[in-house]
Design a protein around this ligand. Sequence first.
Ligand SMILES: [Zn+2]
Length: 186
Amino acid sequence: MRQTITILTILTTLGLTSFVVPSNRLYLSGTVYSDDPKIADQLVGLYIFVKADNEIITGDYVDTAGHYDISFIPGDQTSFDFYVTTLGIDTTFLKSFIQFDSDKMTWDIKLPNEPKKKLGGVFCPKCTKTDKVYPIIYGDNQVVQQKVVNGDTTYTNIVDKKYYAGTCVHYLLSPNWYCDREKIKF
Ligand SMILES: [Zn+2]
């Protein structure tokens, strides 16, 4: 009798445990790579992270094998935006996921993440439009434009359809485009 109770207790415990473990945790991993040997040398230590509703929810550093590995529980956020960054390189938008086909996914990331271009226009990888996308200009001289709206003075980095980065520090992996609709660099 005592044995039966023990077995029942174990079964109940197992049952409860499997019940509370979330079934929708997403496991996403992949390799970060580049066709450019100079860039391929700089991939170890890059930080890949996910932002949802303006909050960083997870991230991982690219290891010596060029691999990253993340996991999180997607909630009801509108999208899951993947970014890459490292010391000296501005946060660069990679890709936005609205939903995930599976809870175990592989996504290999090719860098640089070349945006789609058509007739001179560059498509923003998030809003998929071209009209607010400006080239990022790196250089010592920061150019800002003063705007007065309803008596309030603000400054913008965008002057004559160019976005001034405010730094001359520019690496091979630095973003080259800015979307003023999404406020992202890519
Ligand atoms: Zn955009």
